[in-house]
Write a protein that binds this ligand. Structure first.
Ligand SMILES: [Ca+2]
Ligand SMILES: [Ca+2]
Ligand SMILES: [Ca+2]
Length: 274
């Protein structure tokens, strides 16, 4: 039911709703609000369940959004920012890409619920805030992107932050696939949680670890990278080319530590830099 710029889908019939909410590429839609309530569903076949072109749109999903042959949610904005909130009861599902953001604008995606399918955020300075589950991968594309992984958050596939100066905060949860930050001056801060691996790529990158673990290898890549570890566990650390700095006052690096140029170690367990 739509009133002005606000659309509310509740659990009354017709449920599920079977046509796209939003005008998609026939837009633009600007400043619209869509609320899908618990128990309500939108199920569409060859088109998205929710599709907006434009900026300032907010989608809050506590029900289920399903597309069987398209992205479940499609956003297209060349500037500005849109926002998708998937609450603890929210389900977003598609066979391939669950959420597709295109254009150079930004999308904030806050997920406390369940996503089945990949999340593709594209260009723009995007946000992923994950305390729920994504059965798939996340590609944040170009732009200065931020990813925050919270306690209870699970990403079964890879996290790719792409080109741009990206920020990763791991406060809990787990990423089972590879985490890559791509080119640019990237920052990663780990205080809890688990990553399978971390590759910060080219550019001057910074890594701070005060807890949590990276079970596999951490690579900082080309650039004058910075490393500070006060607690936590890494499988191995490769700092790559250029004059990198390394400081370790606690925690544990289980395997190799290579290519550190300026190392300061005050720990029981670090291996000797070569
Ligand atoms: Ca992006
Ligand atoms: Ca990057
Ligand atoms: Ca680097």
């Amino acid at each position: 039911m739509t009133t002005g710029t606000t659309t509310v889908c509740d659990a009354t019939v017709p449920n599920p709703w079977t046509s796209t909410v939003g005008s998609g590429d026939g837009g633009p839609d600007d400043g619209r609000t869509v609320e899908v309530q618990s128990g309500a569903g939108v199920v569409v076949g060859n088109a998205s369940a929710v599709s907006f072109a434009g900026v300032g749109n907010v989608l809050s999903n506590s029900g289920s959004l399903t597309a069987t042959n398209a992205a479940a949610i499609g956003f297209n904005n060349s500037t500005g920012r849109n926002r998708v909130v998937n609450t603890g009861t929210g389900v977003i599902q598609a066979d391939g890409t669950a959420i597709a953001a295109t254009g150079g604008g930004a999308l904030d995606f806050i997920n406390a619920g369940l996503v089945t399918g990949n999340v593709v955020l594209g260009a723009g300075d995007d946000l992923l805030d994950l305390s729920g589950r994504i059965d798939g991968s996340v590609d944040q594309g170009a732009g200065n992107d931020t990813a925050i992984l919270r306690a209870g958050g699970t990403l079964t596939g890879a996290l790719a932050q792409g080109a741009g100066n990206d920020r990763l905060e791991v406060q809990g949860g787990v990423v089972n696939g590879a985490t890559t930050q791509g080119a640019g001056e990237d920052t990663a801060v780990l205080s809890a949680g688990t990553l399978a691996s971390l590759d910060q790529g080219d550019g001057v990158d910074s890594l701070q670890i005060s807890g949590g673990s990276v079970t596999g290898t951490v690579q900082q890549g080309n650039g004058t990278d910075n490393f500070l570890m006060t607690d936590g566990t890494l499988g191995a650390l490769l700092q790559g080319d250029n004059y990198d700095s390394f400081r370790m006052t606690g925690g544990r690096i289980i395997g190799a530590f290579e290519d550190g140029d300026y190392a300061s170690v005050r720990s029981r367990t670090a291996t000797t830099p070569r």
